[in-house]
Write a protein that binds this ligand. Structure first.
Ligand SMILES: *[C@@H]1O[C@H](CO)[C@@H](O)[C@H](O)[C@H]1NC(C)=O
Ligand SMILES: [Zn+2]
Length: 237
């Protein structure tokens, strides 16, 4: 009886697992769209030649999964920001390398790509780690300091090992919310005190921001953390 039942049980189990996993994938699906609207610009031509749309779409998926699994550690849909699609525009504009707007749209400047000296695919990949973080991070419904959200975006490129040689060294900077690479290094320090600090802080700033969250998570107010951080690297940078 037991033996006779086994194949049926295995079949049902397999079917159930398949249906559940299918449902899981379905619920999580994010579309990645790339609109190359500057194809004739010299930087647009470089994009097509050295990077391309297929690589970019695949990269967006890879970064998305990296953000969920590693940076933010959001394993369920309930933890994640609902994003139906990420739309990337390669566009002729000046003043920034890239900009994330309306929560899930990214504009990358072909003027910037054109002027970049070095490995363009590497640089574009690094920029995408930064901009994609903006798409998927929480920002306290707008209350988190910009220096912090920019710091988290650069923390991603630090962790992903896509940071440039000029990236801030540990211990540099004047204040915790200075932004970008300076704040990224400070967050790295916070991580050394409390494992997965950035993932925890991101979770905490879903609906609002308060500087006391640093104390909640580490036991120390942010100003004290900053002093300890500077003291740790005193004389080194
Ligand atoms: C990004 O580019 C799109 C497409 O040209 C444009 O509609 C949008 O206004 C741009 N966003 C920003 C913030 O510049
Ligand atoms: Zn940014």
């Amino acid at each position: 009886m037991h033996l006779a039942m086994a194949p049926y049980t295995i079949f049902m189990f397999t079917l159930l697992t398949f249906l559940l996993s299918f449902h899981g994938i379905d619920a999580n699906v994010v579309k990645y769209n790339v609109y190359h609207i500057a194809e004739n610009h010299p930087g647009g031509i470089k994009f097509t030649k050295l990077i391309g749309i297929p690589y970019t779409k695949q990269l967006m998926g890879k970064i998305n999964n990296y953000l969920w699994s590693t940076i933010f550690q959001q394993n369920t849909d309930a933890d994640r920001k609902i994003v139906e699609s990420v739309d990337l525009y390669l566009k002729d504009f000046k003043g920034a390398e890239g900009i994330t707007w309306w929560s899930s749209r990214i504009n990358v400047s072909v003027v910037y790509l054109d002027g970049y000296q070095g490995d363009l695919k590497w640089e574009f990949t690094s920029l995408m780690y930064h901009e994609m973080t903006h798409v998927f991070q929480w920002n306290g419904e707008g209350k988190a300091p910009v220096g912090l959200t920019e710091g988290i975006a650069d923390y991603t490129i630090l962790k992903a090992n896509y940071f440039p040689p000029a990236f801030a060294k540990p211990g540099s900077g004047d204040k915790w919310d200075q932004g970008y690479d300076f704040t990224a290094r400070f967050l790295e320090y916070c991580d050394s005190l409390v494992p997965n600090f950035v993932a925890k802080l991101n979770k905490r700033i879903r609906k609002t921001f308060d500087v006391s969250f640093f104390k909640e998570l580490t036991g120390k107010p942010v100003e004290q953390l900053w002093k300890d951080y500077k003291a740790k690297y005193a004389g080194k940078n």
